[in-house]
Design a protein around this ligand. Structure first.
Ligand SMILES: Nc1ncnc2c1ncn2[C@@H]1O[C@H](COP(=O)(O)OP(=O)(O)O)[C@@H](O)[C@H]1O
Ligand SMILES: [Mg+2]
Length: 235
């Protein structure tokens, strides 16, 4: 761990930086057209480091202390600055779980957090930007009916690998993973939680994770249910 100054769009901020052995410092971050495209599908801000081209995903505090002082104090000051419940830290932890379960994720090069409660950009994640890929939604939209069924089955394979490792995705939707031209899935927004111990409760948690309205339309969600049930029964 080291304390380092990071320049974000011309402003210097201090961060505690972790696991940064492979990262060239200091960092100087700015946005480009790709950032704006990514921000259209996200709640985070995206910058690129000027010298290395590495992607920085910046998570801002949820509340402004001037507008919602109580919520800011509980969520952004106590939870984050005292108990270190920063998004970047949780995302890195989840990324490692996915990798150990055998799922693809981009390489994470470092992550950082700011203990200064008046730095609104509380945490950041430095990750490899994957070029030449589509979001899951774009990839799925370009497939024919038959290929779509095949893709949903391979999505289930990943979910079952994660379940076998004891975890379930917290926010499963088609823009939280990327796809290569051959349909390989790369998981990017990787928040997971442990599955319950009881077998029935496990299935219910898994089923809930693929039942969210914003995942797919009901026809494809039903296919996903069918594939997952089949895989679950044979596991
Ligand atoms: N490492 C990456 N390489 C390429 N594109 C990415 C990468 N990370 C995120 N993106 C793009 O940015 C979008 C939003 O990223 P995401 O991590 O889901 O942000 P948020 O956590 O704010 O929802 C994704 O749908 C994807 O298109
Ligand atoms: Mg997301």
């Amino acid at each position: 761990m080291k304390i380092t100054a990071v320049e974000i769009a011309g402003r210097r901020r201090n961060y505690l930086l972790f696991e940064s052995g492979r990262m060239r410092l200091p960092l100087s971050l700015s946005k480009d057209d790709r950032s704006r495209l990514m921000e259209g599908m996200a709640s985070s801000e995206f910058y690129f480091d000027k010298t290395t081209g590495v992607l920085a995903k910046v998570k801002s505090d949820k509340y402004r202390w001037q507008q919602r002082p109580v919520r800011w104090f509980l969520r952004d000051f106590i939870d984050k600055r005292i108990f270190w419940q920063f998004e970047a830290r949780k995302e890195v932890r989840s990324k490692k779980i996915l990798q150990q379960a055998g799922l693809n994720t981009p390489r994470c090069l470092a992550w950082g957090l700011s203990l200064n409660p008046f730095n609104h950009q509380g945490s950041l994640l430095l990750i490899e930007h994957v070029d030449g890929v589509m979001t899951g939604e774009q990839y799925f939209a370009g497939l024919g009916e038959y290929q779509r069924e095949g893709f949903l089955a391979s999505l289930c394979d990943d979910l079952m690998k994660l379940a076998a490792a004891g975890y379930v995705h917290r926010d499963l939707h088609m823009n939280n993973f990327l796809c290569t031209a051959t349909g390989e899935i790369i998981w990017i927004d990787t928040h997971v939680k442990p599955l319950p111990i009881n077998k029935r409760a496990k299935w219910r948690a898994l089923y809930r994770s693929i039942s969210q309205r914003h995942l797919l339309d009901s026809h494809y969600r039903e296919s996903l249910h069918r594939y997952l049930k089949r895989r679950w029964r044979s596991a």
